[in-house]
Each structure stands twice: as C-alpha cells, then as structure tokens.
Design a protein around this ligand. Structure first.
Ligand code: C2E
Ligand code: CA
Ligand code: CA
Ligand code: CA
Length: 277
C-alpha cells in the first residue's frame, strides 16, 4: 500500500542502544523535541470484529529526529518515563489526538472513538485530571469518545494520586483500558482495583494463535475474565485471517493490527474511513 514507505522505521543498532552516553544524548535531544516540533501522532484503526467496521483508532506517538531519522516509541518512551518528560509529552499527545479526532468527528464520523496511551507516571501526578479537563474544555470532543490506555512501566504501589486520577477520569465519562494485559506488571488485582472498561491483549499472545495452544488458552482465559467483569477485549497485533478467525471464535470483541492497517497519518485515516464507508 502507499502508506508502507513512510511507516518504515529506522532502527538503532544494538551497540548504540546499549551505550549509556548515546542514551544521554538522546535524552538531551528529547528535551527539546516537543518545542522543536519533532513529535507527531499516527493513528491505527480499531475494528469491531463482529461487523469488521472501524469504530476508532489508537494514537501512537512518533519522533522525527533531525539527524537520526524516525525513532521508535519503544526507544524514547522509556527514556521519557525515566526522566519525567512523559508528563509533558503525554499531555501533548492527548491534546493532539483530541484535536485531530474532533475534526474527524465534526466533518465525517461523529461516533468515532480515540484511544490514547497514558503512563502510570502521568496518572500519579495530582495535576493530571486538571490537564485533561483543560484539554476537554479547549477542544470540542465528547469525553465519551475518549479512551485512555494505561500502560504500566513499574509496579504500581499504593498511590492515592493514581486512585484519585482514575476516579476522576471515570466521573468525567472517559473510559479506561489496561494495555498489554498479561505482560509486565498488569495483573488481576489491578484489574479488580481500577475496574476498567477494556482489556487489550498483548500482541505476543495473538501472533500465530491459530497454531499455538498455549496462547489459545491464555487468550481464552483473558476473554473469560473480561466477560465475567463485563469488559470488552481488544486483540492487538492481528496480522492475518487465521488469527482473526480464531479470535472471533473465542469471542474477542475488538481487533487492531496490520491485517487492517498500520498506524497512519490523520489524513490517511480519514481517507481509509471514507473508502470503507
Ligand atoms: P502499544 O500501546 O502496545 O501499541 C501497539 C504497538 O504495536 C504499536 O507500536 C503498533 O505500531 C504495533 N502494532 C500494531 N499492529 C501490529 C501488528 O499487526 N503487528 C506488529 N508486529 N505490530 C503491530 P509502536 O507504535 O511502535 O508503539 C510501541 C509502544 O510505545 C506502544 O505499544 C506504547 O506502549 C508506546 N507508546 C506509543 N505512543 C505512546 C504515547 O503517546 N504515550 C505512551 N505512554 N506510550 C506510547
Ligand atoms: Ca496502547
Ligand atoms: Ca501492546
Ligand atoms: Ca506496549
């Protein structure tokens, strides 16, 4: 497709990646990336499996480094989290995504939903809800069309600020999802505690599921948990028809992956939606 070219990532080689000095340099560059306009957001469609219809999209941040080319979020988000820069970067992504999708809603698809990643580091800040309120006051978008995907980068110890943020967001009508469910620190106690609307099944469990009975058992279990707690399930990283068929049979409600589209610009997203309508 015509979008493949611009989505090709330029990878760092691993020796550079392991070099602490290089990481420090990258962090220095990241400090000015926002104000130098080097960050942008792409959107990956989220599909309702039952009908195959695109109902929303996930916002994914990208960094166009002036010298090094495109840098993957897997590399710079952890740096942003460790340094605290994620607070400003995350707020910027949220506002950008709300503006883009608000335009899309008002011109073309009023029901369209947008999912934005937020780090637990953002949620632990007591000014998070204020920043979200400000964005929702400035941008004409309904909180009901907004979903925040909570990504856990560290074990969540008791944090009253986090609990307070979660409560406030729910009161505002924003829905919450747990990202990469089944990996890292996301666990059942956490699901029970924050009572989200959606679990996102990590793509490591989705890849090749039709031929992997362990992954089938895991995805089935996640689906049962979600079903019992009246939550939706999104399968990430769906790449082919075999995987799709299997997920549908297991009762997974939503999917996202290269089978439908790679992450694309807001313009390409609108074109894609118009072509599908
Ligand atoms: P994620 O939230 O789990 O996002 C899904 C990742 O899977 C994206 O990688 C997406 O491009 C990739 N992907 C989607 N479909 C497929 C597929 O069919 N096959 C394969 N192999 N991969 C697929 P991306 O864009 O590189 O983002 C990586 C991670 O960076 C995200 O993982 C998320 O944890 C983090 N991230 C991205 N944007 C933000 C942000 O604005 N804030 C925060 N806190 N984290 C972000
Ligand atoms: Ca996500
Ligand atoms: Ca994931
Ligand atoms: Ca992830």
């Amino acid at each position: 497709s015509k979008d493949l070219g611009r989505n090709t990532f330029h990878y760092y080689n691993s020796s550079m990646n392991s070099d602490a000095l290089e990481r420090m340099q990258l962090l220095e560059d990241l400090r000015t990336a926002l104000k130098d306009d080097e960050l942008y957001v792409e959107y990956q469609p989220i599909v309702l499996l039952e009908t195959g219809k695109i109902i929303g999209a996930e916002a994914l941040v990208r960094w166009q480094h002036p010298k090094r080319g495109l840098i993957r979020p897997d590399i710079f988000i952890p740096l942003a989290e460790k340094s605290g820069l994620i607070v400003d970067i995350g707020a910027w992504v949220l506002e950008r995504a709300c503006r883009d999708i608000s335009g899309l809603q008002s011109k073309y698809f009023p029901e369209f939903r947008v999912a934005v990643n937020v780090s637990t580091i953002q949620l632990k800040r007591d000014d998070f809800k204020k920043r979200v309120k400000k964005i929702l006051a400035d941008v004409p978008i309904s909180p009901n069309s907004l979903e925040l995907e909570i990504t856990e980068s560290e074990l969540l110890s008791d944090s009253p600020e986090f609990d307070e943020s979660v409560e406030q967001l729910k009161l505002m009508g924003i829905s919450l999802a747990i990202d990469d469910f089944g990996t890292g620190y996301s666990n059942l106690g956490y699901v029970q505690k924050i009572k989200v609307a959606k679990l996102k099944i990590d793509r490591s469990f989705v890849h090749g599921i039709e031929g992997n009975s362990d992954n089938q058992a895991i995805v089935r279990a996640v689906h049962n948990i979600a079903d019992g707690l009246i939550m939706n399930t999104v399968a990430e990283g769906v790449e082919n028809a075999e995987e799709l068929l299997f997920l549908k049979e297991l009762g997974i409600t939503h999917g996202q992956g290269y089978l439908w589209s790679r992450p694309v610009s807001i313009k390409s997203l609108i074109r894609l939606l118009q072509d599908a309508a």
